[in-house]
Unconditional design. Structure first.
Length: 299
C-alpha cells in the first residue's frame, strides 16, 4: 500500500499559524533561575531537551507576573511518575498523548505519540477524538495514514447493507456514543469500497485518527483486524514532525546558545542564556553573555 497523507476533512484538522508572533509583550527580567530550564532530562526512557521542556519548569516570580516557557510553547512535556516507569505526556488541543520517542536528528526531527485513551482501552479501544494541533511547530508527515471510525450506526434506522459486515468492529469495547448501534473501522483502501458517505449518514459519530502507515499495512491483512488488531495499530502511535523556528528573533537567540522563551499565546518574550541572564542588548542574543554550546536541536 502506498504511503500517503490522511484525507480531509475527516482525518486531520491542522490549525496552521498564519502569523508568528514576535513582539516581546511584557519583557522578562534581566535574570532568571537557570535551574528551571534544564539542558536535558530523562522521563522514563525518553530524553527531553530543548526545544521541548518540562511543563513545571518555569513559574511566576516576584519580578515577572506571568509564566514563560523554556522552549517552544506547544512542545511542553509533563513527566508523570518517577524512575524508569515515568511517562512523558504532551497536550495537543486539550487532548493528552504519551510521548514514545523524540528524534533530535536535524535530518529527521520527529516525535512519536500515542493517544492515552487508547493505552487504557484494552485490546479493543474506542477512539473519542481526532488529532488536532497548531501547525506553528508541529506538522503531519508522510509516515502516517489514517483509520476512520464510525460509531452509533444503524441504531433503529435502515437495515445495514450486507457488504459492510467485514468492516464492523466485533469485539467488546465501550462506544463513545450512547444509545447502541454498531461500529465500523475503515482503512484508507476501504473508503470507496464501503461507500463511506452513505455510511456516515447512518452513524452518529465519525472519528479519524493518525496511525503509522507501515504498521497499518501489515495489520490490515490480519484476519482479526476488526476484532482487536486495529487496537494494536492504534497503540503503535503516529509521528509528527517538529521544526526549529526560522523567522523572528528566535533563530538569533538559538545561534548564540540561548533558549527561546514564549508566552502561552506564542509571543516571544526573550532569550534565556545559560548563565541565568536574559539576552542582550534587546533580549534576543546571548553571545555577549554566555559561552553556552549550540542548542541541542542543532545536532
Amino acid at each position: 500500500m502506498a504511503a500517503h497523507l490522511p484525507r480531509l476533512p475527516f482525518l486531520l484538522f491542522v490549525f496552521l499559524a498564519v502569523h508568528v508572533p514576535t513582539s516581546h509583550g511584557s519583557p522578562l527580567p534581566t535574570t532568571y533561575d537557570s535551574s528551571m530550564c534544564l539542558e536535558s532530562f530523562w522521563c522514563g526512557s525518553v530524553e527531553i531537551r530543548y526545544p521541548f521542556y518540562l511543563a513545571n519548569a518555569t513559574k511566576a516570580t516576584s519580578d515577572y507576573n506571568g509564566n514563560y516557557s523554556c522552549g517552544y510553547t506547544d512542545l511542553e512535556i509533563s513527566c508523570l511518575g518517577e524512575g524508569p516507569s515515568a511517562s512523558p505526556v504532551i497536550r495537543l488541543s486539550g487532548e493528552t498523548y504519551t510521548v514514545q520517542d523524540i528524534s533530535y536528528d536535524s535530518d529527521n526531527y520527529k516525535v512519536t505519540l500515542v493517544d492515552r485513551d487508547v493505552l487504557v482501552g484494552g485490546s479493543c479501544p474506542a477512539v473519542r477524538h481526532g488529532v488536532t494541533f497548531d501547525g506553528m511547530w508541529l506538522h503531519n508527515t508522510s509516515s502516517n495514514d489514517d483509520l476512520t471510525f464510525y460509531f452509533g450506526c444503524y441504531s433503529g434506522g435502515p437495515r445495514m447493507p450486507a457488504g459492510l459486515h467485514k468492516y464492523q468492529i466485533d469485539c467488546n469495547f465501550e462506544s463513545p456514543v450512547p444509545g447502541g448501534g454498531v461500529a465500523f473501522v475503515l482503512t484508507p483502501d476501504d473508503h470507496d469500497k464501503a461507500q463511506e458517505h452513505d455510511l456516515a449518514a447512518d452513524c452518529h459519530k465519525v472519528v479519524s485518527v493518525l496511525v503509522k502507515n507501515e504498521v497499518l499495512e501489515v495489520a490490515r491483512t490480519w484476519t482479526n483486524f476488526t476484532s482487536g488488531a486495529y487496537g494494536y495499530v492504534l497503540k503503535q502511535g503516529f509521528e509528527l514532525g517538529w521544526s526549529p523556528i526560522e523567522t523572528g528573533p528566535c533563530p538569533q537567540c538559538e545561534e548564540s546558545g540561548g533558549k527561546c522563551a514564549y508566552r502561552q499565546n506564542k509571543t516571544f518574550l526573550g532569550c534565556l542564556c545559560s548563565d541565568g541572564k536574559v539576552g542582550y542588548p534587546d533580549g534576543t542574543d546571548c553571545s555577549g553573555a554566555s559561552t553556552a554550546p549550540a542548542p541541542a536541536h542543532a545536532s
